[in-house]
Design a protein around this ligand. Structure first.
Ligand code: DQA
Length: 145
């Protein structure tokens, strides 16, 4: 069975570590990629991390995941709160989907309280900092066992 997990990241997350560190912390997306790859090796999962500032690119990756990945971990960033198109793409993916937010979106502005992606996600992690990605990966291993 395919043991590849796509870790998809939406807009502005390329600036992770530099952007609003009081909210998102000092770790970069490269740190997240390295930590997930190391944990994935322990769990017998191969990780592939992507980031895009463009909605269509994220949708294309989700389509690609249909035959390239066993599961998707996604931080859609601001598209969480706006994108029916990303929800529709995730609904066309058969494996587990886990939604990650670095910050606790429920403690923030009310427009961040609604997530289209949560209508599809099998689990949601918010407010655990970048550790949320590795926690999601552990959960993914359980779901795929
Ligand atoms: C975020 C929360 C979103 O509301 C925000 O637009 C982001 C990042 C998070 O990881 O906490 O860009 O998804």
């Amino acid at each position: 069975m395919n043991r590849r997990i796509y870790i998809l990241n939406g807009p502005n997350l390329n600036l992770l570590g530099k952007r609003q560190p009081e909210i998102y912390g000092h770790d970069t997306l490269a740190d997240v990629e390295r930590d997930c790859a190391a944990l994935g090796a322990e769990l017998g999962l191969e990780t592939a991390l992507f980031q895009s500032n463009h909605e269509g690119d994220i949708i294309d990756r989700i389509h690609e995941a249909r035959d390239q990945a066993a599961g998707i971990i996604i931080n859609p960033a601001a598209y969480t709160h706006t994108s029916v198109a990303i929800l529709d793409a995730l609904n066309a993916f058969d494996g587990p989907v886990l939604e990650v937010h670095i910050s606790n979106v429920h403690k923030r502005e009310s427009f961040r309280h609604h997530s289209y992606v949560s209508l599809r996600a099998d689990g949601v992690i918010a407010g655990f900092g970048v550790q949320g990605y590795t926690l999601a990966l552990r959960r993914m291993a359980t779901l795929l066992a």
